[in-house]
Design a protein around this ligand. Structure first.
Ligand code: ADP
Ligand code: MG
Length: 240
């Protein structure tokens, strides 16, 4: 029999609520993510996906509810302490230092982490950044800047990686490469939650899908279940 600690999901969110003015961006949201999961988060614009990530990473404080990571209540922890605990967010908008070299951006992201980071080296290679460390980050192509963002997140050695629209503005080929990369990263044991509008990406990933709507979980299931769900098609996939 497994102990209660083993049964505890990596991430558990209970009754999480965040309002901006009169709008409940995240509304009594409950969510559990098991260690090793790769899950896509979809939903209409304004559904609260980015706000959920801001709450998980500590950028915003919730009005109510709690966030439990590895059995510990982290609701009150600062963003920095959460990164130390193993949660890292790749923002929807790029946060790289454009005037600094790629390598300098990586050094800053690593902070006090010492020694070699094999996963980071691997990622830089796969994403075509290994030879670019002496280049100003602002000179990279759009997709390479997005990939650098993912590498900056990996530099912190996360257990839970939150990716907010990682393929925004990418070509279909770049989107497919990103999806392959995310699948491989998941295969290495990193737990990944990824917000994505691009259904080609979500289908390529083809794992569990959670649909957010008005700040709540609207549906949850396999890709097949979600695509067959008429209510989801109505609110999100654009069917009449
Ligand atoms: P999504 O990422 O699913 O498109 P968001 O989480 O960005 O949705 O937004 C959810 C709702 O919260 C929207 O109505 C949005 O306008 C509002 N919102 C998000 N962030 C802020 C903020 N910093 N200030 C005010 N309103 C916000
Ligand atoms: Mg968003």
């Amino acid at each position: 029999m497994s102990s209660p600690v083993e049964r505890e999901p990596l991430l558990r969110v209970e009754g999480l609520t965040k309002a901006f003015g009169g709008i409940r961006a995240v509304d009594e949201l409950n969510l559990a993510v098991a260690a090793g999961e790769l899950r896509c988060l979809i939903g209409p614009n304004g559904a609260g996906k980015s706000t959920l990530f801001s709450l998980l990473s500590g950028i915003h404080q919730p009005d109510a509810g709690r966030i439990v990571f590895k059995g510990e209540d982290i609701t009150e922890l600062s963003p920095f302490r959460r990164v130390r605990k193993g949660i890292c967010l790749k923002f929807q908008t790029t946060r790289i230092y454009r005037g600094l070299m790629v390598g300098e951006n990586l050094t800053i992201a690593r902070g006090k982490v010492r020694g070699t980071n094999g996963r980071l080296e691997w990622a830089l290679g796969v994403l075509g950044l290994a030879g670019e460390t002496a280049r100003p980050a602002g000179e990279l192509s759009h997709s390479h800047q997005q990939w650098l963002e993912i590498c900056l997140a990996l530099a912190t050695e996360p257990e839970l990686l939150l990716l907010d629209e990682p393929t925004a503005g990418m070509t279909p080929e770049e989107t497919a490469l990103t999806a392959d990369f995310v699948i491989k990263l998941s295969g290495q044991g990193v737990t990944i939650l990824v917000v994505e509008h691009d259904m080609a990406f979500v289908r390529h990933i083809a794992r569990g899908v959670t649909v957010l709507h008005y700040g709540r979980v609207f549906a949850d299931g396999t890709l097949e279940e979600i695509e067959a769900n008429h209510e989801v098609r109505r609110i999100y996939l654009g069917e009449q």
